[in-house]
Design a protein around this ligand. Structure first.
Ligand code: ATP
Ligand code: MG
Length: 233
């Protein structure tokens, strides 16, 4: 589905990503773990065409996308729920959904909305409320729901668990599994390694702009360094 090969991203004079390579296979949840400031969000932004790489390639289903503008990348099938959610707080949930679905042909909108509401009933319940008036967990759900309105083949999730209580994190991660079950591939960036490894099919570890380790979750969970640094034990 997604292939990133030798990706370099430089911002100003700082080389943020150095030769990052990773793959998301169709129908999988792939997670990128890493501490604060290692470059996870930069990787997401480069994939969305927000940052232009200085080297390497990004391919979606074999097609180069790294020179394309963001709106084309969304049309080709990638949508993201960005770090910090970036909802429009003074707009209603319904209006936020409309923005997510703006890339769709008008006749597909109702069907897309129906699919999203089936997974996220909260969207229907809060339709006329201002997005900014919802709880953190509800806002995170609306953020993911908005991305799904574009009917992506690949969904990018940047720290969906950030700032949420464990109970809500569990709820959101259960929903992420259901999104995969519906056939959407997922690239999940997380500091919450424990929760991410539980649902992922494959995992990468990022450190200072580089991929330093990769493997199946069961392999990484056994690794001493991963246990010490990311799993707190
Ligand atoms: N637009 C920018 N201008 C300058 N520096 C930036 C910019 N974006 C990111 N950086 C720097 O790049 C590095 C990686 O940042 P990034 O946000 O990608 O990390 P992250 O892994 O997502 O961190 P976090 O866990 O805090 O979300 C940091 O040193 C950050 O300060
Ligand atoms: Mg980040």
């Amino acid at each position: 589905m997604l292939e990133i090969k030798g990706l370099d991203v430089t911002i100003g004079i700082q080389r943020i990503l150095q030769s990052v390579s990773l793959e998301v296979t169709q129908g999988q949840i792939v997670t990128v773990l890493g501490s604060n400031g290692v470059g996870k969000t930069t990787l997401m932004r480069a994939t969305m065409g927000i940052y232009r790489p200085s080297g390497g390639e990004i391919l979606l289903k074999g097609e180069r996308i790294d020179r394309r503008p963001t709106h084309e990348i969304v049309r080709l099938g990638i949508a993201q729920a960005p770090e910090g959610r970036h909802l429009f707080p003074n707009m209603t949930v319904a209006e936020n959904m409309q923005l997510g679905g703006a890339v769709l042909p008008a006749q597909d909108y109702e069907a897309a909305f129906g699919e999203v509401v089936e997974l996220f009933p909260i969207v229907q319940q809060r339709l006329q409320q201002k997005a900014g008036s919802l709880s953190g967990g509800e806002q995170q759900m609306v953020c993911i729901a908005r991305a799904l309105m574009a009917r992506p083949k690949l969904l990018l999730l940047d720290e969906p668990s950030l700032g949420l209580a464990p109970k809500i994190v569990k709820l959101i991660f259960d929903l992420i599994v259901r999104i995969r079950e519906r056939g959407t591939s997922i690239l999940l960036v997380e500091q919450n390694a424990k929760a991410a490894l539980k649902i992922a099919d494959y995992a990468y570890v990022m450190d200072s702009g580089r991929i330093t380790m990769e493997g199946r979750p069961s392999e990484l969970e056994q690794d001493d360094r991963i246990r010490r640094i990311y799993l707190g034990g």
